[in-house]
Every structure is written in structure tokens, then in C-alpha cells.
Design a binder for this molecule. Structure first.
Ligand SMILES: NC(=O)c1ccc[n+]([C@@H]2O[C@H](COP(=O)([O-])OP(=O)(O)OC[C@H]3O[C@@H](n4cnc5c(N)ncnc54)[C@H](O)[C@@H]3O)[C@@H](O)[C@H]2O)c1
Ligand SMILES: N[C@H](CO)Cc1c[nH]c[nH+]1
Ligand SMILES: [Zn+2]
Length: 430
């Protein structure tokens, strides 16, 4: 393995500075509600409207400002996301089985009653995150979806508001950052609390969700964007360079990694990046990201490339090789996989229909991305209608509980093992 370019910085996600800031803002919002939300919104976003929640009239006026093509494209993307989410929902069957005569065990998928959908907006208006969070929640059957996004440079992000509205959001708030996450999780005088939070965000937003987990549910840890490209000598180095920069532009803390079996391709891709960066309108993000978090590694075989890719456990993995589909059965740890040159991470981000809210910072080792299943609670139930089965279970339960020294549990089993009218020997004589 040869490293042609190494990263020079460590991401701030989860750093002491981020954790302290997050804890302070959450404590303030918990203690002082709307007043604290307003203070932090003023401080970080120069934003202090009369009400953070948009009225129906505000929403209609905002949607009306947008060109028809923008609305049509939002509808197209939401149609793709909805279609895939519906199919995924259909794949989740309720289960009911009889494991012994008259012993019925089952599970049901019940949507959470209220979900918060965070749509990022600090640097870019992430319109598509509204499709991913709100459409998916609605397909899951969540009755109340409260969506929020920060203003973008002091302006209402009109396309994001339209996307939230068209996706079916029940409430739309214009606030962002930790204060928004805390308001939705803890509730304030004007923001009813939700049961679960979903959506991506910067290091502060991701850390806020992690901190509040337990008090509310969260979808997953979805922080600053990451991309890893696996390429062999058949890949186009220009496409490799363009795709790496496509995600580096998210922010100066977005890692972009190339793992290649071809040193020639790797060097050509690096040269293209150097040539492309100065003319890129988003070079202020992509430039530092590539400089500090860009990596290029040359490996001896695709097997080595796949092993290294699993080690990185990145959010996005593009496979640009002669036989990209091979990676599907080999790779284990990634958020989303993009097979072949016909597609790219940007398709997943915007239009193709898979969800772009994905695990970062190694979370792909234990979870996939957002999907309908994340908004559902899989709960079990049981019923025993055959007295003989109830008696059998009671006997085994009594013995098993006494092995664990749980006399109270054992007695619940005992009473099911008795004939009608019988009393256990441990029952007090009256
Ligand atoms: N993993 C995923 O699925 C995924 C998907 C889309 C986007 N993303 C990531 O989402 C992020 C979006 O970040 P963003 O910043 O543009 O928008 P954001 O909405 O996540 O964060 C903006 C908010 O951060 C707060 N903030 C900014 N500086 C702060 C500070 N110093 N202290 C406390 N709070 C502060 C502000 O209140 C602001 O409203 C990017 O990192 C992007 O890569 C991830
Ligand atoms: N790449 C992001 C996920 O990390 C999603 C996104 C939306 N728009 C642009 N990008
Ligand atoms: Zn992106």
C-alpha cells in the first residue's frame, strides 16, 4: 500500500469544543425555552423573527415565489424517494406465529407519534434533505412531522420550505443548529416536543442529536459528508476527480478518499483535482477539505481496496471499476454504495430515490442510513389461549425464575401451572 496523499487534520466532530458548546445550548434551551432559542438563533444565524413557525399563509407566499421548474424538480425527486420508501415499507411485514398450541407471538411496526425533521441550511439550502426526512416519515405513517431549517444568510430558504410543504410536513419552523434540535427534543412554550429526531447536519447538529439520544429517539449519527472512491485502471480519472470534489464541497471538514489499484489513475485524478479546484465556485469549502482531509492510497489488488474501504466505513462509496457489482457481495461497512460510472453520489443526494441521510464517522459499522424502518417501532405481543400450553410455560417459567432467584417472577409462572381453583403452596392461608 502506498500513500500518495495523507490527511493532515482530525475532524472536529465529537471534539471537546463541540461537546461543550452543544451541552451548554441544550441546558439553556431546557431551562429557558423560547428565550434561549431566540438568543442562539440571533447569535449564530442573525435571525429573530416574530415567530419561528411559518403560518399557512407564509408557506403559500414562499412557494409562490419559486419558478415552476424548481417545483417540478422537487416533485420529481420526492416521487422517486416516495416510490422507493413505499416499496421498503411493503417489505416490512407484521409477524404473527403460533409456536405451541394456542401460543401466539407477534410483532407490529408502529410509527412514532411525532418526528422532528432537521434540514441543514448553514452553508447551502439542503432542499433534498426535506425529501429524505419528511417524505420518508410520511410514508412510514408518522402523524405529526415537525420540519425545521435555518435561514440561509438571513433569508428564508424558499425551495427548502416548498420541499417541506410538498413532502407533507405538518409544522415548519425556521431555526437551525443545536437550538433547533434542543427545542424539538425538549419542547418549548411554542414548540411541542417530538419523540424522535431525524436528519443530517454539521458537527454541532450531529453532536446535539447524539447528546439528546435516550430522551428522544434519533435516526442515526449523520454528520459531515464523506466520500471514498474505489477505482481501477479502467476508471476515468477526470470523473474520479469531479466526484471526489462533489462531496468535498460540503464543507472544509468533509473527507474525500481515493483508493486505487492504479498509480497512474491516482496521479492523474490528483492532477485533475488541482486543475479543477481554482475554478470551482465552492473552492472555499472543497479546497480546504481536499487539502486537510483528502487522501489518496494505491493498493496492490481490489481485494486490498475492499478491505481498506471497509476499514474506513465511509458514508458514501463509489466503485469505478471494470466489474463494480462485485463490490456488492464483498463490502460490508458503508452508508450507501454507488456501483459503476453510470451513477454518482450526487444522484443519491438529489434525485435517484435512495435516502441521502447516511452514517458518518464510522457509524456505518453498525447502521445503515435513514429509511422508513427508522421511523417505526417494532413492538411485540403475545397471547396464550390454550390452558395446557399456559400450564407448561408456567412450570418452565417457575423453574427458570428460581434459578435466577426471582421468587416473584416464579410465582407468576406457578399460578398459570395450577389446575382451576387450586392455590400454590406458598399462598398465605386465609
Ligand atoms: N451525513 C449525512 O447524511 C449528511 C447529509 C447532508 C448533509 N450533511 C452535512 O450536513 C452539514 C450541513 O452543515 P451546515 O453548517 O451547512 O448546516 P447545518 O444546518 O447543519 O448547521 C447550521 C447551524 O449550525 C449552527 N452553528 C454554526 N456554527 C456554530 C458554532 N460555532 N457553535 C454552535 N452552533 C453553530 C448555527 O445555528 C446554524 O444554524 C454538512 O457538514 C454536510 O456535509 C450530512
Ligand atoms: N451528500 C449529502 C449527504 O452527505 C447529501 C446532499 C444533499 N445535497 C447535496 N448533498
Ligand atoms: Zn452531497
Amino acid at each position: 500500500m502506498r500513500v500518495l496523499k495523507a490527511r493532515t487534520a482530525t475532524p472536529a466532530t465529537g471534539s471537546a469544543e463541540v461537546r461543550e458548546t452543544v451541552e451548554r445550548i441544550i441546558a439553556e434551551v431546557r431551562a429557558r425555552g423560547d428565550a434561549a432559542v431566540r438568543e442562539y438563533s440571533e447569535k449564530f444565524d442573525s435571525w429573530s423573527p416574530e415567530s419561528f413557525r411559518l403560518t399557512e399563509e407564509d408557506i403559500e407566499k414562499t412557494v409562490a415565489t419559486l419558478p415552476e421548474q424548481v417545483i417540478a424538480d422537487i416533485r420529481f425527486a420526492q416521487g422517486q424517494v416516495r416510490e422507493f420508501a413505499l416499496r421498503q415499507r411493503e417489505s416490512l411485514r407484521d409477524v404473527e406465529v403460533e409456536t405451541l398450541p394456542g401460543v401466539v407471538l407477534g410483532h407490529r411496526h408502529i410509527p412514532v407519534a411525532a418526528a422532528g425533521a432537521y434540514v441543514p441550511g448553514g452553508r447551502y439550502p439542503l432542499v433534498a434533505s426535506a425529501h429524505m426526512t419528511v417524505v420518508t416519515a410520511k410514508v412510514a405513517g408518522v402523524p405529526r412531522v415537525a420540519a425545521c431549517t435555518p435561514p440561509i444568510r438571513g433569508e428564508v430558504p424558499a425551495a427548502t420550505v416548498a420541499a417541506m410543504h410538498l413532502a407533507g410536513a405538518d409544522e415548519i419552523y425556521l431555526f437551525g443548529g443545536v437550538q433547533a434540535i434542543a427545542a424539538l427534543a425538549c419542547g418549548t412554550e411554542t414548540v411541542p416536543a417530538v419523540n424522535m429526531l431525524a436528519g443530517p447536519g454539521n458537527a454541532y447538529v450531529a453532536e446535539a442529536k447524539r447528546t439528546l439520544y435516550g430522551e428522544v429517539g434519533i435516526d442515526l449519527f449523520a454528520g459531515p459528508t464523506e466520500i471514498l472512491v474505489v477505482a481501477d485502471g479502467t476508471a476515468d480519472p477526470f470523473t474520479v476527480a469531479v466526484d471526489l470534489l462533489s462531496q468535498a464541497e460540503h464543507g472544509p471538514d468533509s473527507p474525500a478518499v481515493l483508493v486505487s489499484t492504479s498509480e497512474t489513475l491516482a496521479r492523474e485524478a490528483m492532477a485533475h483535482i488541482d486543475a479543477l479546484l481554482p475554478g470551482m465556485p465552492t473552492r472555499d469549502m472543497a479546497g480546504p477539505a481536499w487539502r486537510d482531509y483528502g487522501e489518496v492510497v494505491v493498493v496492490d489488488s481490489l481485494d486490498e481496496a475492499y478491505a481498506l474501504t471497509d476499514e474506513y466505513s465511509f458514508e458514501h462509496v463509489e466503485v469505478l471499476t471494470a466489474n463494480p457489482r462485485e463490490a456488492l457481495s464483498v463490502l460490508r461497512d458503508y452508508g450507501a454504495l454507488f456501483l459503476g460510472a453510470g451513477t454518482c453520489v450526487s444522484f443519491g443526494d438529489k434525485v435517484i430515490g435512495t435516502n441521502h441521510v447516511l452514517p458518518t464517522r464510522g457509524a456505518a459499522r453498525y447502521t445503515g442510513g435513514l429509511w422508513v424502518g427508522k421511523y417505526l417501532k417494532t413492538v411485540t405481543y403475545q397471547e396464550v389461549t390454550d390452558p395446557a400450553s399456559s400450564a407448561l410455560l408456567g412450570e418452565v417459567c417457575g423453574r427458570a425464575a428460581r434459578v435466577e432467584l426471582f421468587e416473584g417472577h416464579a410465582r407468576s409462572g406457578d399460578v398459570r401451572a395450577l389446575a382451576p381453583g387450586q392455590r400454590p403452596e406458598w399462598a398465605p392461608r386465609t
